[in-house]
Design a binder for this molecule. Structure first.
Ligand code: TRP
Length: 330
């Protein structure tokens, strides 16, 4: 029986943070038995904003290594660089011809990004969602784990797939959002009513590459409340509740056990213990593994190459079909 396909992409700009890990990556290894998963470092998307070449190269390798360090088995999942398989760009071109200017102009991320990059509103920024649609549709993807900010783009991918299928018959699988069964929702340390996000200010998030000192400092500065009691109440005490969640998830214990553990303790103790739990149970294992993987260039190169080939093997079948349908000589 064929397994369903999951595709996810992340830009090599900035590193994933604790919320990504506890909310998503930590559970990825559970998905690898049930699904065929592709995790792509989307370097083609990254150049829609001007990048320093050496930095982009380094960040791309690091992100791939970090995925593996977070527990993704590169033998069981396809972890690779988007630019290593040209099928992404080829399909994106074809899909460009099936996507309307009006649709792209309505994308809120395009509006936001063009407001922020007034000096460089390039056409790649405009057609960014088409490349993302190509990423997804190229592999017959069934499920895409996406955050709120990418919902509109996924919706567009679905619309384009349906439009193409209406003209040429069933070529593309129409993808759906994957909603994780488990996984914590970790909030910002400085604005605990918002989700932790890598695009917010640095003190609001624990970056997976942060040193232990930085992690401890960020937790010490975490926003709490003017009360003194450690109690779980998401409405009235969002900061404290978030720290309790982080503690429970980092230690792999229930929320109730975490609450009981802090009974009678003060906010200072809570912050210190949460920081220590995150450093010891999350950051150190990931960073140690990351350092090992990064130290072995050949190993990572080998994985990248092999996995790009695996991706191409799947992608080519669909791409060939698409080329034939639109009338190319194949
Ligand atoms: N646009 C996504 C983001 O910035 C990254 C991405 C590119 C992606 N292609 C994708 C996510 C395909 C899911 C599926 O987060």
């Amino acid at each position: 029986m064929d397994k369903k396909i999951i595709f996810s992409g992340a830009q090599p700009t900035g590193y994933p943070q604790l919320g990504n890990y506890l909310g998503a990556f930590k559970n990825w290894s559970n998905l690898q038995e049930e699904y065929n998963c592709l995790y792509c470092v989307v370097d083609l998307h990254a150049i829609t904003v001007r990048q320093v070449p050496a930095d982009l190269r380094k960040a791309s390798r690091n992100l791939l290594a970090l995925y593996i360090a977070c527990g993704l088995d590169p033998e069981k999942n396809i972890v690779y660089m988007q630019s290593h398989y040209s099928g992404h760009a080829e399909l994106a071109w074809i899909l460009n011809c099936f996507t309307y200017m009006g649709e792209l102009g309505r994308m809120t991320q395009f509006k936001d990004k063009s407001a922020k990059n007034e000096a460089n509103i390039n056409s790649g920024l405009f057609t960014y969602p088409v490349l993302m649609a190509a990423d997804i549709l190229l592999f017959g993807t069934h499920l895409v784990p996406v955050g709120e900010d990418q919902r509109q783009h996924l919706e567009l991918a679905r619309d384009v797939a349906i439009r193409f299928n209406n003209i040429y018959g069933d070529v593309f699988t129409v993808p759906e959002a994957y909603i994780a069964k488990s996984g914590a929702k970790i909030m910002s340390l400085t604005h605990p009513e918002q989700k932790m996000s890598k695009s917010d200010d640095d003190n609001s998030q624990i970056n997976l590459m942060d040193s232990p000192e930085v992690v401890m400092r960020k937790f010490k500065r975490a926003v709490t409340d003017s009360d003194t009691e450690i109690r779980y109440d998401k409405e009235k005490k969002p900061g404290i509740s978030n720290l309790l969640e982080i503690y429970a998830n980092s230690c792999g214990i229930s929320l109730d056990s975490a609450i009981a553990h802090f009974d009678g303790k003060n906010y200072g103790q809570l912050k210190t213990e949460v920081g220590e739990a995150v450093v010891e149970n999350v950051m150190q294992p990931i960073q140690t593994s990351f350092a090992d993987i990064s130290a072995n260039k050949d190993y990572l190169d080998g994985i990248m190459k092999k996995n790009a080939e695996k991706a191409a093997y799947i992608g080519e079948k669909i791409l060939k079909k698409v080329k034939k349908k639109v009338g190319f000589v194949v």
